[in-house]
Design a protein around this ligand. Structure first.
Ligand SMILES: Cc1cc2nc3c(=O)[nH]c(=O)nc-3n(C[C@H](O)[C@H](O)[C@H](O)COP(=O)(O)OP(=O)(O)OC[C@H]3O[C@@H](n4cnc5c(N)ncnc54)[C@H](O)[C@@H]3O)c2cc1C
Length: 452
């Protein structure tokens, strides 16, 4: 008899799992039905800031597979379908489409509902031209405003990587941009010294940066559109506001069904992406991930994890063997010419996890110092003083500098000491870097501090 697999959420986590499951099981063995509330499937949210900024001109280019593409590959994709309930006893979900609710049975279920952006109930937040940025529709709406009536002033609220990418996009479109961030640094995933360098880089590209100040509300003009942002004792002119205040796992559906949700708000799964409910899996931003160094269960919304977890779920849901091995929080972002990369633990995280952190920061160059085009880059390495184990890395620089964070991630992943990492057989030629690659140099400096 043909079994029925249902997927809730038609983007990275959900459709990766569906595609993998289809590759492993033919249509005669397994029906795969994916429900998605928006009109879009399998698109690159990561590309949205570049669509807004005009680097990518065609929105369709961000769509890896449309609903029609998926249907051609044997997946029953139903867009405009909002899943509103899961009945574990009856093995059914409740779906609302075109105003009518109906029930759909499943043998296996994947919850891949993603994350919900934070939108505090501040006065004026519903004014026209105050945008969140989570979906392709959000990106298209912001681009429309920029195309129709280019704003003179924009305020980005929140200094996480999405806020910074949007600041870049708006600067690129010739808008005067202010950024307001409640904490003392942008990119809270960095140590304060490195975050301070990001703030300097932002100011360097003309962004008016306000740190340590929370937004209290939005003023509205006579046309109903936003006219200013109130933050502390400031009133910042704004014809456009982009909220980048972070996201939380969209786990309400799972919680309401009685499925375990952890303190981070993410759905609890095992390494095979199985939830606490028999026959129910979860993948992507809605899930709690385990940090490989601290062991902590966390909510980290990254497409890299959603795709890998979707693959694991697609395999294990069809009887195969696969495991999601945990994360390091490796992430990279670009703000105009500047690039920022981070992986592993910050000093504060390391301390909280019971390590004795020791760190070093080095200034180096992206090519040999004498080579034309060499630019400055800063690398920070963090290790445990007792064992020498590399725990974290952060990079700020230009010209491909930050992508070196992946080498640090590989070192942390494999539990290398800073001395081992400094001695790694990394490549060298003057056009590509100095003789001691900056990441090896940072590790060497930490090792010197430990060895003495
Ligand atoms: C602007 C932006 C830039 C980003 N840049 C990067 C980057 O550079 N690198 C990186 O690694 N990550 C990046 N990310 C994060 C990345 O896009 C997400 O981690 C990834 O999309 C998560 O995939 P997902 O499938 O878990 O969730 P989503 O992509 O959010 O998909 C979940 C889907 O489920 C649907 N859904 C939710 N609830 C229901 C329901 N009840 N019924 C039906 N459908 C439902 C939603 O409509 C949505 O389409 C970025 C995100 C944004 C918004």
């Amino acid at each position: 008899m043909t079994e029925r697999m249902i997927v809730v959420g038609g983007d990275a986590g959900g459709m990766t799992a569906a595609a993998v499951a289809r590759r492993r099981r033919g249509e005669d063995e397994l029906d795969i039905v994916a429900f998605e509330r928006t009109p879009h499937t399998s698109y690159s949210a990561c590309g949205i800031p570049y669509l807004v900024g005009g680097v990518v001109t065609d929105a369709e280019a961000l769509v890896a597979r449309s609903p029609a593409d998926h249907r051609e590959r044997g997946l029953d994709v139903r867009t405009g379908n909002d899943v509103v309930g899961i009945d574990l006893d009856r093995r059914e979900i409740a779906v609302v489409a075109e105003g009518a609710e109906r029930r759909e049975p499943f043998d296996s279920l994947l919850i891949a509902t993603g994350a919900t952006p934070t939108r505090p109930r501040l006065p004026g937040i519903d004014a026209r031209n105050v945008f969140g940025l989570q979906t392709l529709a959000d990106g298209l709406a912001i681009r429309q405003v920029l195309d129709d009536r280019p704003p003179a002033h924009a305020v980005v609220v929140g200094g996480g990587y999405i806020g910074l990418e949007m600041a870049e996009a708006l600067v690129g479109r010739g808008v005067a941009v202010a950024l307001v961030e409640a904490s003392d640094q942008p990119m809270a995933t960095l140590d304060p010294d490195m975050g301070g360098m990001v703030a300097d880089a932002l100011r360097g590209i003309g962004v008016d940066v306000h740190l340590g100040v929370g937004v209290e509300g939005f003023d509205t003009g006579s046309d109903g559109g936003v006219s200013a942002v109130r933050a502390g004792d400031m009133t910042l002119a704004a014809d456009l506001v982009v909220l980048g205040l972070g996201v939380k796992p969209a786990s309400d559906l799972a919680r309401a069904a009685g499925i375990d949700v952890g303190p981070s708000g993410g759905i609890v799964t095992d390494a095979q992406m199985r939830t606490s409910a028999e026959g129910v899996w979860a993948a992507g931003d809605c899930v709690a991930v385990r940090h490989r160094v601290s062991g902590e269960a966390m909510a980290i919304a990254l497409g890299t994890y959603a795709n890998r977890q979707g693959r694991v779920a697609g395999i294990t849901m069809t009887g195969g063997v696969a495991e999601f091995p945990g994360v390091l929080g490796t992430a990279i972002a670009k703000i105009c010419d500047y690039e920022v990369g981070r992986t592993g633990l910050r000093e504060e995280d390391a301390r909280r996890a019971g390590f004795d952190p020791v760190s070093a920061r080095v200034e180096s160059t992206t090519r040999a110092g004498y080579f034309p085009g060499a630019t400055k880059m800063t690398v920070k390495a963090i290790a445990d003083r007792r064992t020498g184990r590399l725990l974290g890395g952060q990079i700020i620089g230009k010209d491909g500098a930050a992508k070196r964070i992946d080498v640090m991630a590989a070192g942390i992943w494999n539990e290398m000491t800073v001395e081992e990492f400094a001695m790694l057989d990394l490549s060298y030629a003057p056009p590509f870097g100095p003789l001691w690659d900056p990441v090896a140099l940072a590790a060497r400096k930490v090792s010197d501090l430990i060895i003495g």
